[in-house]
Ligand binder design. Structure first.
Ligand SMILES: [Zn+2]
Length: 441
């Protein structure tokens, strides 16, 4: 038996199926973990080591721990999503009104957000997730509440008020400072220009510069190189283009209604320009991108920069807000890495990344074999964690999940399908050889 406080992290796990992702699935497999690191795997039996504890998981499936590349954990205490029927602009109106009611800055409000984030990390680990891409809107001590997940915390920046690259809005400057604070706390960081309709172009350029600064700070303190990714909600609504070109339509009405439309017209950029700017950061995450396929110039840039960009689709949120699923066929053709996110509980009923994948599989948009890298290796790459998590490989930290299907799958195709079947149970989640959720026996 293992327990969550166990220091000695050496064992061999035996299972009916093992999906390393880096190579074909193995039937009747073993996985050896020593001091938290994978030191071998293969088809049973392993070449010995009698002194190591063997844990037989029977008919279980072992896969790399899952990666949820996009979420907003501050909404994790929501019992149900905000009303999504009116589309993105009306949903934003509801969210902003709710936040205005909730969060007059105070210790109590801060504690409430912290508790919601802690609950979201716990729920995620229970769903088999070991790494998360989180959008932060305030200064939170993520190092204290991570629940042992690997976190990439993207500090959000936005603003329509009159400003320039040399005179940024105070809250943007404070967000950059919060991001540096998070980095000094030892948490991996990124920055998130919120969306093209809410973020002026010079704020995006400043974010790229700040990411570069953070990278230098990190390297100085740790003597290792790192990536500081940028994440942005892009082409999420069908009304976004109209607003970017003419500053009219439902987004203009939204900003008027919220009383935040500035006196001077904001300096907005095109979707295609944002695609290039995100690529310039070295690792850019395009969140949603639902309407990119209607924009030839943006798609051409996406294709040109496919080696430094990832598309993060959030199927259930997209379906709820737009009535359609993300255009996976076109995304796959573009050659860009596709990964998945749950978005937050403000637009989604739960934080199950498997349920996001199942939504695409059930619609025939991806096969289970295609979906698995989306919630493992592709997500890990997007978050800059590709050397730490997202696959079962010798020398890597032992991040994996144990799943128990309701019926033992007889073929690898059925086993792949079982990973996403709602009747399959997530038994436990391991990070670095240590259980972080579930039943550890
Ligand atoms: Zn989002």
């Amino acid at each position: 038996m293992l327990n969550s406080g166990q220091q000695h992290r050496s064992f061999i796990m035996r299972s009916k199926w093992l999906f390393p992702v880096t190579c074909r699935p193995l039937q009747n497999a073993w996985l050896r973990v020593e001091r938290g690191v994978i030191t071998g795997f293969g088809v049973w039996p392993p070449r010995t080591d009698k002194s190591i504890n063997v844990i037989d998981q029977g008919n279980a499936i072992i896969a790399p721990g899952f990666v949820n590349a996009h979420t907003h954990l501050e909404f994790s205490s929501c019992q149900k999503p905000f009303d999504t029927k009116g589309g993105l602009h009306e949903w934003i109106h509801e969210v902003v009104s709710w936040k205005r009611k909730q969060s007059r800055p105070s210790t109590a409000a801060h504690e409430k957000i912290t508790a919601a984030i802690a609950s979201g990390t716990h729920e995620s680990a229970t769903c088999g997730v070991v790494a998360l891409g989180e959008i932060a809107t305030s200064d939170i001590a993520y190092n204290k509440i991570a629940g042992r997940l690997r976190l990439r915390v993207f500090q959000e920046v936005l603003g329509l008020e009159r400003s320039s690259i040399n005179s940024l809005p105070p809250r943007v400057v404070s967000s950059f400072r919060d991001s540096q604070k998070t980095s000094r706390r030892g948490v991996a960081v990124g920055l998130s220009p919120h969306a093209p309709y809410s973020t002026q172009w010079h704020i995006g350029r400043a974010a790229v510069a700040a990411a570069q600064n953070n990278r230098v700070l990190w390297q100085k303190s740790r003597s290792t190189s790192c990536v500081i990714p940028l994440a942005m909600h892009l082409a999420e609504s069908m009304f976004e283009e109209e607003f970017l070109h003419n500053q009219t339509g439902p987004f203009r009405k939204l900003f008027n209604d919220l009383g935040i439309w500035p006196e001077h017209a904001p300096k907005l950029a095109t979707t295609a320009d944002w695609v290039s700017l995100l690529a310039k950061s070295g690792r850019g995450l395009i969140i949603h991108g639902t309407h990119l396929v209607d924009n030839q110039q943006a798609m051409a840039r996406l294709n040109r920069h496919r080696h430094t960009l990832a598309l993060v689709v959030c199927p259930r949120t997209t379906q709820a807000l737009s009535g359609n699923l993300p255009p996976l066929t076109e995304f796959k053709k573009s050659g860009v890495r596709v990964c998945l996110g749950t978005d937050g509980r403000g637009s989604n009923p739960d934080l199950s990344i498997r349920a996001e994948a199942a939504c695409l599989i059930d619609a025939g948009l991806v096969t289970p074999q295609e979906a698995l890298p989306m919630i493992t290796s592709n997500g890990a790459w997007a978050l800059g964690f590709e050397h730490r998590t997202g696959s079962i490989a010798t020398g890597r930290p032992a991040d994996f999940v144990i799943l128990k299907p309701s019926m033992p799958p007889k073929t690898s195709d059925r086993a792949a399908a079982a990973i996403f079947d709602a009747t399959t149970e997530v038994v436990s989640t391991f990070r670095g050889g240590r259980p972080i959720a579930g039943d550890f026996t």
